[in-house]
Design a protein around this ligand. Structure first.
Ligand code: FAD
Ligand code: NAD
Length: 477
């Protein structure tokens, strides 16, 4: 009955868009009894993205890193409504969000509107393609569960098709060429996972492809992992060399067709060269772009005229130019990198802020009624009321004293294949840059401890044991 309960007219309606790192970390810490809370997201689960690259090869099964929204909303003190839908438009002036059911099964009503008093935008970002032709049609992204499933299926499809009877050597070579575009952490981690899959499993089950299977990473900048320290960039590039992953830096992809990409680099003679690179699987990991619903909201707020990469927010994560709209995570621009670490801290900050705001309002209302009571109360009771007012004013000052959001960087971690990882960790005395097998065990334990729930932790651990004991599953499904 909780989910169907009517909203309490004495409380403000807080609408939260998204079920990712920002939104879920807000929900975890929010005292839901203070507001009528409504969550809207096209996916009814939280996804632990740091382990998503492992799902592309079956090292981890995708359901092990998903946590249904209903699971954790159930434990909140007051009921929270969840609508599985996409916010298609936010009308800032009308204080309404328009939502659409984008899932396969649609009822007689599949689009409607949700009014809000307060709104938190945590819709993340979409994949950047920079308008390069053919990217959407021919490549796989790596952001959501279905992307990882699609890649997993395609790797096996390429391998099986390459070994099809009478396949020409040239076509075999193309089908077994796995190209990754973007040398950020997503591209690097995926390339590492894929090479592991080949070395540990594919080579054994399909020895006939052993000489031709090849992974290439294409990056426009002079190095991969630009956010890591120089020493770790060198370490990653060296490890990739040993793993026989080819890194093509200073190479910018300009066009994508069904069978090859066209990439530009500067040749030895200083002239630009356009090269055709045939591929069987193409994974596109070139970072983030602003979602249309966010772009549209930006266009409604004059103070956002200069915003480019997302909603400009102030130090309390309020969307600049508004009073009742906040933004967290990849769709917010607050001078931090678009990472899960930032999104989670922003979400937790907003939960504290909203909890404080509710307390403040409660005290203010009490103060108001006490001031009225003081005027009409008999003389001997007035002193007591006065003391109570003083006490409340003190509490009000305390609750109002919440400082702005401050991000605390714990470090950056990335898996680079062959049981090695790199880590730039912030420590009391400064920064520690480390890479290798010990770092890999640190990476594993850190991500295991960060998993959303004990259930996720157990499932991930079992997947790791399963892959180590029996090898990864090479069924094409
Ligand atoms: P998301 O987590 O992407 O969540 C957005 C939510 O909004 C989703 O639930 C989505 O369904 C929903 N949504 C989308 N459109 C709408 C709409 N129109 N209406 C309503 N809801 C909508 N960061 C790290 O710090 N460490 C890592 O190791 C790491 N690894 C990563 C690995 C991969 C493969 C990827 C892709 C990213 C990784 N990141 C990592 C980055 C991290 O995942 C993001 O920075 C983080 O997810 C941002 O959180 P968010 O809440 O803004 O967005
Ligand atoms: P990114 O923005 O970090 O990297 C994208 C890379 O693609 C850039 O280096 C860019 O130069 C390159 N690129 C762009 N266009 C290109 C083209 N046409 N041809 C060749 N190269 C091109 O993107 P990401 O790796 O998807 O990461 C997105 C965010 O998520 C980042 O903030 C990242 O830190 C975070 N993330 C973190 C981790 C981790 O900490 N382990 C893992 C994944 C993602």
């Amino acid at each position: 009955p909780g989910d169907q309960a009517e909203p309490d007219p004495t409380k403000k309606t807080l609408v939260i868009l998204g079920s990712g790192w920002g939104a879920v970390s807000l929900l975890k810490k929010l005292d839901t009894e203070n507001y009528n809370v409504i969550v809207i997201s096209p996916r009814n689960y939280f996804l632990f993205t740091p382990l998503l690259p492992s799902c592309t090869t079956g090292t981890i099964e995708h359901r092990s890193i998903m946590e249904p929204v209903r699971n954790f909303l159930r434990h909140k003190k007051a009921a929270v409504k969840f609508y599985e839908a996409e916010a298609t438009k936010i009308d800032y002036a009308k204080k309404v969000v328009y939502i659409n059911d984008e899932s396969e099964v649609k009822g007689a009503t599949s689009s409607t509107e949700v009014p809000f008093d307060m709104l938190v935008v945590g819709v993340g970002a979409e994949n950047a393609t920079f308008g390069i032709p053919g990217v959407r049609e021919h490549s796989c992204f790596l952001k959501e569960v279905n992307d990882a499933q699609r890649i997993r299926k395609r790797i096996m499809d390429c391998c099986e098709t390459a070994t099809f009877k009478d396949q020409s050597p040239e076509e075999r070579k193309r089908l077994l060429h796995m190209v990754v575009v973007g040398g950020g952490p997503t591209g690097v981690e995926f390339a590492g996972e894929l090479q592991d899959f080949f070395e540990n499993d594919l080579k054994t089950w399909m020895p006939e492809i052993a000489d031709e299977f090849k992974v290439t990473l294409v990056e426009a900048l002079p190095s991969v992992l630009p956010m890591f320290s120089k020493q770790l960039i060198d370490y990653t590039e060296q490890t990739f060399k040993e793993e026989t992953i080819e890194i093509r830096t200073k190479t910018m992809v300009k066009n994508v067709t069904k069978d090859y990409i066209e990439a530009e680099y500067v040749g030895a003679d200083g002239k630009k060269v356009m090269e055709k690179i045939p591929y069987g699987l193409l994974v596109w990991a070139t970072g983030n772009a602003v979602r249309p619903v966010v772009k549209d909201l930006m266009s409604q707020i004059p103070a956002q005229a200069d915003a480019r990469r997302g909603l400009n927010v102030n130090e309390y994560l309020v969307v600049k130019g508004t009073e009742n709209v906040w933004a967290v995570g990849d769709c917010a621009v607050a001078n931090y990198a678009p990472t899960a670490q930032v999104a989670a801290q922003e979400g937790a900050f907003l939960a504290r802020l909203f909890n404080q705001m509710a307390k403040t309002e409660e005290i203010e209302a009490e103060l108001k009624s006490l001031s009225v009571a003081q005027e009409t109360a008999p003389k001997d009771a007035r002193d007591q009321i006065f003391a109570n007012i003083k006490d409340l004013q003190k509490r009000l000052r305390r609750t109002n004293s919440m400082g702005p959001f401050e991000y605390s960087h714990q470090g950056s971690l990335a898996y680079i294949g062959s049981e090695k990882a790199v880590a730039d960790i912030s420590w009391l005395t400064g920064n520690i840059a480390t890479g290798g097998t010990v770092t890999y065990f640190f990476w594993r334990s850190a991500y295991l401890s960060m998993c959303f729930s004990t259930r996720n932790r157990v499932l991930v651990l079992m997947d790791w044991i399963k892959a180590k004991t029996f090898g990864r599953d090479v069924s094409r499904e």
